[in-house]
Write a protein that binds this ligand. Structure first.
Ligand code: BGC
Length: 366
């Protein structure tokens, strides 16, 4: 079968002929892949070498890419209880280290040792191949009518976890209500995670603002407007005094640009007791944190936290919310998919293209 593969550090992906995947357990499921999303993490995987032995699957000298996927079940093993051939499924990404309490409790997103593996990212082949095998517990059943957009379930897990973490971080406040008193929220960025975060907040009826570098008449800004959120171009905001242009502080901020200077500046956009969640990959210029911002963290009880990957509740919420978003914001979820490729277009499908929100690689329409 064909697969889209890379070798960390080579900065490129190519098509490879591979053996069909092996089934090794009685609860294994054979899945025909339908489509897989392209994500910034794929580019990091192609470009970045940190420990090639850990990055590549055991015995392999390349890695199959792809971690935002949807497929249709072809066969199930004798011990599979909840899934059957023909079901549409989304595979989860992270596999636990097998050593720590978090992984033992299926909270692999909280792995203590850092020795987890992630399909298509670190140590395990991903989903950009014609077929995959995975265990029943790693596959989430989604309704057939979500199949077109279901690679977005994985992207939506990240904001789902961010919202859960923000709510937890505010649990001590005597406020109650949505995420424990979030009356005003801000999202920074205009990629899929940012836009899905905006939609997840609007789904919960939180008045939401979004700050990014896109022009006001660009696709991302327009989609944000269609969810009832307010878009503000970053160029209009003084990062030393962000509250001025944003008309006050925010109880919750999801930082999804990944730029360190924006993450730090957003501390200045929080309201008292506010929570800032860093949900974008680390990038941007080195920053110094001004004493006044650290002082205000203390003086106004602010919280800054990071969140990565997702737990089983976040996955379930993502499946539910993606369906709900389609109903509530007609056409917006579909419009996030701005580019589509075939596997053969591997030379261009990972390129950064202006105006691109989410690119999808179609594997099969079966
Ligand atoms: C994926 C996560 C993964 C993270 C770190 C993200 O792109 O969505 O599932 O945990 O990268 O590798």
């Amino acid at each position: 079968m064909r697969a889209v593969v890379t070798r960390p550090g080579e900065g490129r992906a190519w098509l490879e002929q591979m053996q069909e995947p092996n089934s090794m357990h009685a609860d294994d499921v054979l899945v025909q892949m339908l489509r897989v999303g392209v994500c910034g993490t794929d580019r990091h995987v192609m470009e970045r070498v940190f420990d090639r032995r850990r990055q590549l699957p055991e015995g392999a000298d390349f890695l199959v890419l792809g971690h935002e996927a949807v497929g249709r079940i072809l066969e199930v093993g004798p011990d599979v209880k909840t899934l059957k051939p023909g079901d549409t499924v989304v595979p989860t990404v992270r596999r636990g280290c097998g050593e720590c309490d978090a992984c033992a409790a299926a909270q692999v997103d909280l792995c203590f040792t850092g020795r987890y593996r992630e399909r298509g990212i670190v140590g395990l082949h991903g989903f950009l191949s014609e077929r995959i095998v995975d265990r029943e517990e790693h596959l989430i059943h989604v309704s057939e009518d979500l199949a077109d957009v279901a690679p977005l379930v994985e992207s939506l897990c990240t904001p789902e976890k961010a919202l859960r973490r923000i709510g937890n971080a505010r649990a001590h406040l005597p406020t109650g209500g949505t995420m424990n008193g979030v009356h005003r929220a801000l999202v920074t960025g205009s990629g899929p995670i940012a836009l899905l975060a905006v939609m997840a907040l609007r789904l919960r009826d939180v008045p939401t603002w979004c700050l990014a570098r896109q022009p006001v008449d660009g696709v991302a800004a327009q989609l944000i407007g269609r969810t009832g959120a307010t878009y503000v171009p970053l160029q209009e905001v003084d990062l030393h005094q962000p509250q001025d242009r944003l008309q006050g502080g925010f109880d919750a901020i999801i930082e999804a640009t990944g730029a360190a200077e924006i993450g730090v500046a957003m501390l200045g956009a929080l309201a008292s007791n506010g929570v800032l969640d860093l949900a974008g990959g680390g990038g941007g210029d080195p920053v110094t944190i001004p004493e006044r911002l650290l002082g205000s963290m203390l003086g106004r009880n602010l919280t800054m936290l990071g969140s990565v990957n997702a737990n089983p509740d976040d996955w379930r919420n993502a499946v539910h919310d993606l369906g709900a978003m389609r109903q509530r914001f007609p056409g917006v979820v579909e419009a996030l998919i701005t580019h589509r490729f075939e596997m053969e277009q591997v030379d261009v499908s990972f390129d950064r293209v202006p105006g691109q929100i989410k690119a999808i690689i179609d594997i099969s329409s079966a």
